[in-house]
Design a protein around this ligand. Structure first.
Ligand code: PLP
Length: 396
């Protein structure tokens, strides 16, 4: 119990989304009715296998992929790990160089660090002041040893969308495998692997109104990849372990749910975002919106307030029922400032003075003035408390 009497306004959809009711229903159906092991040969098992392959077929269709290009994983982190480690291992004989960017999710960055400890060399590309990777930098970083390029489709903290089309084309011109982390964009931006020059792509269930702990790695069937979880022969020997069928069915239902009205929802979120940013800038002229002015995830606003600690603002807003974050969910609570803002050229102090407001299906235009009013009052409250603290500390 928080004791607050305010209505909850959830604005942290980039951290996670609520499970859609139809997704929960579908998962319950599978748990109750299709609980067999898809590897069993009897009818109970075969029924589960049918369900599993149906889910795979539907997912493949939504992505423009073939069925044997879909690997179910335990989430976005595992998809990223499998892509990087699995492809690096498979291409080890051809070279040891990997290119990524400084603003990737830690699922990529920490995996790259682990690969460096295993003899790989990694180039971490710089980004511009909007957090965007320049395709020319990708090309300039390529060496005869480069085997893999991994650049995220859009950044989870500031929402900047990368030109992955151009980056993928460069990778392919040089015969290099291209992976993208699409955890924040799948369901929001059009993604068809027939059209995008990507060889591997990561998706997570809980960012699209599906369950947690389930993800997909798309891998082009012509790309060699080594399993990172060994055991049984599930997922064409690429990911051992009895498949989490309720979650797989839930994810597949979530994909249908999010893609059904994707374009209308994208337009609606963009409009909410524009109203929010205009109102915030009017009420708080010192507020600074981070990320690319145009190439940004619809509904995601990362905004800095000079002199206001982001963590404190998150906590104060939480008391008023407004749920936002002070960066990516994974780095929030840690004392280090956002690696993304630092890479964009902000100093440590500025990097700590920001929050992320990520809107989703539950948000409406009515929420905007409530959010803006709460942010205005709470930034003022924090600044006044800072001023009082400062005056007490200043010797007279
Ligand atoms: N990649 C990005 C860009 C993300 O935003 C996240 C989650 O925040 C992940 C990967 C990890 O996904 P999961 O939480 O499913 O492991």
């Amino acid at each position: 119990m928080t004791g607050n009497t305010h209505k909850t306004i959830y604005c942290d959809h980039s951290a996670t989304t609520p499970v859609a009711p139809e997704v929960a229903e579908e998962m319950q159906r599978v748990m109750r009715e299709v609980w067999g092991n898809p590897s069993s040969v009897h009818q109970t098992g075969r029924a589960a296998k049918v369900e599993l392959e149906l889910a795979r077929e539907r997912l493949a269709e939504h992505l423009g992929a073939a069925r044997n290009e879909i690997i179910f994983t335990g989430g976005g982190t595992e998809s990223d790990n499998l892509a990087l480690r699995g492809i690096a291992e498979a291409f080890r004989e051809q070279g040891n160089h990997i290119i990524t960017s400084r603003v990737e999710h830690h699922a990529i960055l920490h995996t790259c660090e682990a690969l460096e400890n295993n003899g790989f060399e990694v180039t971490y590309l710089e980004v511009d002041e909007h957090g965007r990777v320049d395709p020319r930098d990708v090309e300039a970083a390529i060496t005869a040893e480069t085997i893999l390029i991994s650049i995220m489709h859009a950044n989870n903290e500031i929402g900047t969308i990368n030109p992955i089309d151009a980056i993928g084309r460069i990778a392919h011109e040089h015969g290099i495998v291209f992976h993208t982390d699409a955890v924040q964009t799948f369901g929001k931006l059009p993604i068809d692997v027939q059209e995008l020059p990507v060889d591997a792509l990561s998706i997570s269930g809980h960012k699209i109104y599906g369950p947690k702990g389930i993800g997909v790695l798309y891998v082009n069937k012509n790309i060699d990849i080594r399993p990172q979880l060994t055991g049984g022969s599930q997922e064409r020997n690429l990911r051992a372990g009895t498949e989490n069928l309720p979650a797989i069915a839930g994810l597949t239902r979530a994909v249908q749910f999010i893609l059904q009205h994707r374009d209308e929802e994208t337009d609606r979120l963009r409009s909410l975002q524009q109203h929010l940013e205009a109102a915030l800038s009017e009420a708080l002229p010192e507020a600074h919106i981070h990320g690319h002015p145009h190439h940004r995830i619809p509904g995601l606003t990362h905004v800095g307030f000079p002199g206001v600690d982001g963590e404190s603002l998150v906590l104060n807003l939480d008391m008023r029922g407004i749920h936002v974050s002070s960066g990516s969910a994974c780095s929030s609570g840690s004392i280090t400032p956002s690696h993304v803002l630092l890479a964009m050229g902000y100093d440590e102090k500025t990097a700590r003075q920001a929050i992320r407001i990520s809107l989703g299906k539950s948000n409406t235009m009515e929420d905007i003035p409530l959010i803006v009013q709460a942010v205005t009052e709470e930034t003022e409250r924090i600044r006044s408390a800072n001023a009082r603290k400062h005056s007490r500390m200043t010797p007279v």
